[in-house]
Write a protein that binds this ligand. Sequence first.
Ligand code: SF4
Length: 377
Amino acid sequence: MPAVNLGLPAVRPRPAAPPGMDEVGRRVDVALRGIRVTAPVHREAGAGPSDDGHVLWNGDQAAIPVKPDSPYSVSGGRLLLDSGDAGPIDLGIDVAPVRRPRFYDLRTADGTPYEQIARLHGRNVLATTVVQTCVRYAEDQRCRFCAIEASLDAGATIAVKTPAMLAEVARAARDLDGVEQMVMTTGTSNGWDRGAKHLARCVAAVVEAVPDLAIQVQIEPPRSLRAIQDLFDAGARSIGIHVESMDDGVRRRWMPGKSTVTLDEYRAAWSEAVRVFGRNQVSTYLLVGLGEDPDDIPRWADELIALGVYPFVVPFRPLAGTLATDVDRVPSPDREILETVSRRVAALLISAGMLGGEQKAGCAACGACGVLKTAGA
Ligand code: SF4
């Protein structure tokens, strides 16, 4: 398939990180340049934009690209920066890989490894894609940053997780590994619910098995908004409705199928979700590095915050198995832009009193894939 014109600036060599950067600046730099570390909890592919090793960064969950050519490494539980002949510099930041969870060693009665049903994200988040196929996955329709079916093709997961399977794995993950929250996403279906009906059945089964596990669901805006109430009634307590960009030109280039869902449909779904789930229990991803005007992202965040929706700002990550990486060769975003945008959005969130840590479950609560948490939001 030929590359499409994604409207991105020419690739520039990444400048060296300035010395003496603060923790937010360092977190941004590491998010982009990666780290040399053995991370037993590592996501190779899947829905959405992540492909990272999971570590604890000064105790907070962080999902960071594992790159053998990174100048950052970990030794003695500390983040080190290569500095040529002078040897590595200790940057004063504690970094510890998340250990492999014990539930990964178990299988269902029919022999399916638990690891193929749900995965550990960070230290305490159980994550699953309940339906690993997407109606929009034709090459000319799929989101160019998404690899939802790549892990299925690789045999790393199964196409459909049943409510009973998820309840079994959730119970084990809570009992053996102290998992505290769960994220359930889904590929989009053709129906009015766009996948929400099966999600709701899965939520209900997990809540019945593990009532103290907080659950976030992630869906596209459903054609009938009653699906949002159904998900809450099933027991979900946070919801992600992910737009990725609010620039329609960017949406059409990067998400040809999903951009047929209009921004007004997103706004209606966010409003209904805030009515049902409450202010700051609703979130959306905003990706940095899709060729948008960087000044737009804080503007979009402002609108979202006024609605009661947490804008979870994350860098675009080049992920093997996606069209953006394999065909378009899109690089990760510019460091200064990511840092400036993240700081501006974090300041907006802080002044609105909307912190990710106050969400009951989900990506904003976890925070690992962005830097907003390091910036105080
Ligand atoms: S932010 Fe979301 S996708 Fe990223 S590790 Fe946390 S739960 Fe998983």
